[in-house]
Every structure is written in C-alpha cells, then in structure tokens.
Design a protein. Structure first.
Length: 196
C-alpha cells in the first residue's frame, strides 16, 4: 500500500515538474524581459536551490534527515513560479517515519535593495506521512541576500494560511491542522539558490 502511494505521489511530482518546465515558455509572452538588445542582470532565469539537514542525537538515539530541493523560473525581476519538494526521515526508539511533500508556489519580489531582496511566496502544498495525507494553502514571506553574482542565501521566514493534516515544518506535538499566522523557529528555512 505504501509503495503504491509513493508511486502515485512520484507520478504527480513528475507531472508537476513537466508542467512547471513548460510554463516559462507560455509565461514569457505575458512577462517579457523588455528590450533584448539591452542586457538585464535580473531578467528571465532559472533558479535552483533548497536545503538539506542531517542530525543524529546520540543521547536520544534519534536520526533526522531532511532534503528539500527547489526549482523556480523567474520571468523578470519581480515574478516567478517554482516548486519545492520535501523528503523527511526520522528514526528513533525502534520506529521510523517518512514524509513526502510537494509545494508549488508563485513568487513576487516586492523590494530590491542590493544585496537584499524581499519576496512573498504564495502557493499550496500536499504531504503524505504514515498514510496520512494533508494539504496547505498560504503565504510565506522571505528574503534573499546576494552573496555573489548568481548565488544567494535565501530565508523563508514563516507561514500565513491554512493547513489540514499537513506534515512538513511543524514541531512535535503541535496540531498540523488550522488557520493562522506562524513565525516560529520551526518555520524558518535557510538555503542557497543558484541563478542560471
């Protein structure tokens, strides 16, 4: 049963990635780069990034692994579309648990002040863990700091929206269903982005 669910989510993720890669071709008609004869440092571009973490607590005898790759296409200086995939694994006390999540988003940069950029991601997400399927819809404010040309340190700073049994990004013992504004350390995501 778990293998069938995993395969179904894998197929959905593949379809979402294929649709996401075709979207920029259509979107360039609606978000043009401007005059192609003048180079635009913040023109249309692909962005690849995400985060990875691994922690082994020898005292509690637990192991935690989190891998969340991200791919986005920025149409221009202000607008883009992307998707974040998440795999989390936790093992301890003779038990193990895996979580899968997929979160497509639209990104709007509302402030550019070199080297800082502030943005808002709006989107929805789906998760599955231990046979429990969940979803969320909401906004995630964030910031990017340009470290060098083409490389940014990105921070997602919280979540504003609704969740129903959504598993990613919650602290243990906290309900994964509800509506609200949440700016807690568990919601902070720090990662790198490579712009091509």
């Amino acid at each position: 049963m778990k293998l069938q669910t995993l395969r179904a989510w894998g197929r959905r993720a593949l379809v979402a990635l294929l649709l996401g890669s075709a979207t920029p071709l259509v979107a360039q008609q609606y978000f043009p780069n401007g005059d192609p004869s003048t180079p635009d440092e913040h023109g249309a571009r692909w962005v690849f990034g995400g985060l990875v973490s691994f922690w082994q607590d020898n005292k509690a005898k637990t192991t935690t692994f989190d891998f969340s790759p991200e791919v986005a296409y920025l149409f221009n200086e202000n607008w883009g579309l992307g998707v974040v995939g998440t795999y989390q694994y936790q093992k301890g006390n003779g038990e193990s648990e895996s979580l899968w999540a997929l979160r497509p988003f639209a990104r709007y940069y509302y402030m550019h002040s070199e080297p800082f950029n502030l943005y808002l991601d709006g989107g929805f997400g789906f998760s599955t863990s231990g046979g429990v399927k969940g979803w969320e819809v909401g906004l995630r404010p964030g910031a990017c700091v340009d470290l060098t040309k083409g490389l940014c340190l990105c921070l997602r700073l919280g979540f504003i929206g609704y969740r129903d049994k959504f598993g990613a990004g919650e602290e243990a013992g906290l309900s994964s269903s509800g509506f609200g504004l949440r700016f807690a350390p568990e919601e902070l995501q720090i990662g790198l982005e490579l712009e091509l």
